[in-house]
Structures are given as structure tokens and as C-alpha cells.
Design a protein around this ligand. Structure first.
Ligand code: COI
Length: 356
């Protein structure tokens, strides 16, 4: 790491691991937390701009019991990955897109946000300080989790007086238990977010995730890997799964719900649309009814954590639809190109990757 980064490292309240105390076992990584060495922290007061952050040892943070994030959910997060290439370089994938999305979420929740440059620089510093945790190619990736939260103390319902931008990271492997054949349950009681442009479904608000837990817990108890939510206005159209966007393929045409303020504008979603379009596929972004979904040939989900994963079946009430899976699917073709670009194996014609 460049000396500037090491100079920046300070001790946190609770120290992380010692550089040499663990033999890293890269086999069988799932989407679980492995504590790493350092995290990046930057604070600013309400009405001010973020200026300078620093790396500290990974560990617990101290928060007031009346912090805005704890009491009123004033917080958003991001997710992006660092990929190790065959020749041992480390790449990021479109990190400025995460920075821009964080800014939109921050504006919606009345928070200051780091500039794109500050965000990307902080991500790079975090990766470099935790370089030994970037798994070898083919074993996994280093997942980075930027958080932006109101950390000032207040009792009233009002924007926090202090904000913290923090990035921690963890090596991860596959997200869903099965890669290549996910079984999904359609949730017909609860909704993920309020439909339409007035809600917060379209930002990565921390409050969008816990409301999916009842549905996920029930679905998992019944053998499903994920849950698909329907729009709250009509209950007829598909939106997204608990942590990923969804796509359908019918007669070689691709469909995905449009970005309407309710679903998350996924960076993987957007990249897959571009890759498919470049390959000559037509991609329709529009409302998709449950019936239409049930009659598709193929279905897959996309997300930073999920990457691209084929859906084997969808169950809606008593009806189950099955889809094509396996190496011949369009989803597999798109996944290979995407992962190829991310890991430097496929030419990056769009300058999506950034070397750390
Ligand atoms: C990601 O894909 O990075 C996400 O944010 C999903 C997360 C909730 C696991």
C-alpha cells in the first residue's frame, strides 16, 4: 500500500485482527461476515461537507442511544465488490455508480453525502488496507459495505446533527445457497416498499430490508431461497426479491420491471441490460404481471451480492412455474460476460472497472 494510506491508519476502540494471526481459508465462502483488518470512517456535522476521513482498525463503534440511525432509521448503505484478477491486480466495478446512488439516497433522507471522488477514494483505501482479504480469483470477492448514517444524538424527529460515513468489508462467496437454480416464493401478504415515486423503495435505505424478514423466514422454512415482492398499489405486478432485481426471458426477449421509484436501481441490473443490448437482445423495462412471469421461459435475478443467478421455479399461492436452467441459459451467458469484465478476463470496452 502507498505510504499515505499506512500513515492514515489509527487504532480504533477495539482492535481488529493481527495481520499474521490467521491462516485464511478461502474454501466454501458464503455471504457471511468475516471480520477484516481496517475500516474507513469520516464524520461531518449537519450543514457541513465531509472533508477528511481515516482508516482505523476494524471493530465496534460507539453510538449514542439517541442516534438518528438507531431511533428513526436515518441511514442508507451501499454494496460493491473488489475482484482479484488472474495476474493479481485488484479491480472495482463501477464504484462511482454506488457513489451517485448514495447521494440520491442521502438527499432523500436529508443527509450530507461524500462526493463521488471522496467515496471512490475511501473505497480504494479500504481495499488496499484489507488487501490480504481479497480472495483469489474463483474463490470469492471482497464485499465492501459503505454506510451513511445520522449519528448525532436527538430525541425529536429531525435530521441528525452529525453524520458518519463508514466502509467496512468482508470476503464473500455465493449469496444464495444454490447457484444456478433458485426457488422463489411470491409474497402475497406483505410488501417491500410503497409503490410509486413518493416512497423510499428506490433508495438503499436501511429501513427497506428488515420488513422482508418475516417473508424470508417463512419462505426459507418452506424450502425456498428467496422471496419476490409485488407492487403495493395493485398486488398484481412483480417488483424485486429481498436483495436483488429480477429479469425474465420469453422467446429471446428480455423483460425487467422498470425503475419507478419503488424498486432499487441496481448497478448489476443496469450493466446486464447494457451487456444484453450490446449482444443484440431487446430489453423491455416495464410493468410485468405475475401471470406474465409465470409464462416466461427463463428467469434470473441480479445484484452485487447475488451477481446473476438463474431461477428454477416461482411459486405464487398454489401455482408453481418452472424455468429453464443450466449452461445454455441466457442468464448464464450474461453472467459469464459480466464476471469476465469484473475480473479482467473479458475486455472492458466500457471502462467499467477501476484498478485499485
Ligand atoms: C447488494 O447486492 O450489494 C445488496 O445490497 C444486497 C444486500 C442486501 C445483501
Amino acid at each position: 500500500a502507498p505510504p499515505s494510506i499506512l500513515e492514515n491508519i489509527k487504532d480504533g476502540t477495539e482492535s481488529g485482527r493481527d495481520e499474521n494471526d490467521v491462516e485464511i481459508n478461502w474454501e466454501g465462502l458464503g455471504f457471511n461476515l468475516t471480520p477484516t483488518d481496517y475500516m474507513f470512517v469520516m464524520k461531518c456535522a449537519k450543514g457541513e461537507k465531509f472533508s477528511k476521513g481515516s482508516l482505523i482498525r476494524y471493530g465496534n463503534i460507539e453510538l449514542s442511544p439517541s442516534a438518528g440511525i438507531l431511533n428513526y432509521g436515518q441511514g442508507i448503505f451501499e454494496g460493491l465488490k473488489a475482484y482479484r484478477t488472474e495476474d493479481d491486480r485488484i479491480l472495482l466495478f463501477r464504484p462511482e455508480e454506488n457513489a451517485l446512488r448514495m447521494k440520491i439516497g442521502a438527499d432523500r433522507l436529508c443527509m450530507p453525502s461524500p462526493s463521488v471522488e471522496q467515496f471512490v477514494d475511501a473505497v480504494k483505501q479500504t481495499v488496499l488496507a484489507n488487501k490480504r482479504w481479497v480472495p483469489p480469483l474463483g474463490k470469492g470477492t471482497l464485499y465492501l459495505r459503505p454506510l451513511l448514517m445520522g449519528t448525532g444524538a436527538a430525541l425529536g424527529v429531525a435530521p441528525s446533527t452529525e453524520y458518519t460515513f463508514l466502509i467496512y468489508c468482508s470476503p464473500v462467496g455465493i449469496y444464495h445457497k444454490v447457484q444456478g437454480a433458485v426457488n422463489i416464493k411470491v409474497e402475497d401478504k406483505f410488501h417491500r416498499a410503497i409503490s410509486g415515486t413518493g416512497g423510499t423503495g428506490g433508495i438503499k435505505s436501511v429501513t427497506n430490508y428488515a420488513p422482508t424478514y418475516t417473508s424470508i423466514t417463512e419462505a426459507k422454512a418452506n424450502g425456498f431461497s428467496d422471496v419476490l415482492f409485488l407492487d403495493s398499489a395493485t398486488g398484481k405486478n412483480i417488483e424485486e426479491a429481498s436483495a436483488c432485481n429480477v429479469f425474465l426471458v420469453k422467446e429471446n426477449v428480455i423483460f425487467t420491471p422498470e425503475i419507478d421509484g419503488t424498486i432499487l436501481p441496481g448497478i448489476t441490473r443496469k450493466s446486464i441490460i447494457d451487456i444484453a443490448t450490446d449482444l443484440g437482445y431487446k430489453v423491455n423495462q416495464r410493468s410485468i404481471s405475475v401471470e406474465e412471469m409465470m409464462s416466461a421461459d427463463e428467469m434470473f435475478c441480479t445484484g452485487t451480492a447475488v451477481v446473476v443467478n438463474s431461477v428454477a421455479s416461482v411459486t405464487y399461492k398454489e401455482t408453481r412455474a418452472e424455468y429453464k436452467t443450466g449452461p445454455e441459459t441466457l442468464s448464464e451467458k450474461l453472467r459469464k460476460i459480466l464476471v469476465g469484465i469484473q475480473t479482467g478476463c473479458v475486455e472492458d470496452k466500457k471502462s467499467w472497472t477501476l484498478q485499485v
